[in-house]
Ligand binder design. Structure first.
Ligand SMILES: [Fe+2]
Length: 276
């Protein structure tokens, strides 16, 4: 949300190559600010026209239901219905307009960061499952796994998760432990499927065994987990961050394709085929 001129200045000083602004939602005069944007911004698009508004709305819905579902899970209640609804909204948004979906999810504010990331990954994962011709029940389960894959992050104190400066070694260890934290929490709650537990615990494993927490090798890593890893990394690379260049869809896919020691090439290609 653009609340103040400072928010806008922060964006203008970042390495972002595109800015998409919803003028309806902004609390400041975004039009005037955009006119002052440096010339390196070749394209200034507006999100006010449909279908971007529809994508926006579907993502808002997905985040609202996700928040409710996840809040319940953090306090010990499992309501998979809400998680499923959230995944379904995300999937619809990708299905309707994959390119637009990626544009909208590129900008993630700090407070919405983990939520929007999970919603984005869930949408991409479910859509990949559709393209792999999995049956409807499995598509839904994979979507739910996407919503819940980073649950461990939401259990980490915000002071560490959103710390502005560099993290110290102990804090890094806490962050790196998020797959295990999420896994143990859901395992204790009960009523969560093995597929969802696996995706949560293993989504930072890589094919060559250099990942974490278990250092598993390719043959020990199932398809649902591999789908999550590919979508997770892709979403992270294409997200705009103050400290790094925002990668285009093509740059991210090319980089990942070349890292066949880490990621499943077939799945990277499948993901890429969504944007053609
Ligand atoms: Fe993660």
């Amino acid at each position: 949300m653009l609340d103040s001129e400072d928010d806008m200045k922060a964006i203008l000083h970042s390495s972002a190559t595109d800015i998409l602004v919803s003028r309806q939602k902004s609390r400041i005069d975004a039009t005037a600010l955009l006119e002052r944007a440096p010339p390196r911004y070749a394209k200034l698009a507006s999100l006010d026209k449909s279908p971007a508004t529809e994508t926006d709305k579907a993502l808002d819905d997905a985040m609202t239901t996700m928040r409710q579902g996840v809040t319940g899970m953090v306090s010990g209640r499992v309501d998979m219905e809400q998680i499923a609804q959230s995944a379904a909204s995300a999937r619809r948004a990708v299905e309707a307009a994959p390119d637009l979906f990626m544009q909208v999810t590129r900008l993630k504010t700090k407070d919405k960061g983990t939520y929007l990331h999970s919603v984005s990954v869930a949408g991409l994962m479910a859509q990949m499952a559709v393209m792999l011709e999995f049956d409807e029940a499995l598509v839904d389960e994979i979507g739910r796994a996407g919503i819940l894959h980073d649950l461990g992050k939401l259990l980490i104190p915000n002071a560490i998760l959103n710390k502005p400066g560099e993290l110290n070694a102990a804090e890094k260890r806490v962050i790196r432990n998020h797959p295990e934290i999420g896994y143990r929490h859901m395992k204790k709650l009960g009523g969560v499927s093995d597929l969802i537990l696996d995706v949560c615990r293993l989504h930072h494993e890589t094919l060559d065994g250099s990942g974490y927490p278990l250092g598993l090798k390719a043959e020990q890593i199932g398809t649902a987990v591999r789908i999550c890893t590919v979508c997770d990394v892709f979403d992270a690379l294409t997200t705009v961050r103050p400290y790094k260049k925002a990668w285009s869809t093509t740059e991210a896919l090319t980089w990942m394709y070349d890292k066949s020691n880490l990621f499943d090439r077939k799945l990277v290609l499948r993901l890429g085929s969504m944007f053609r």
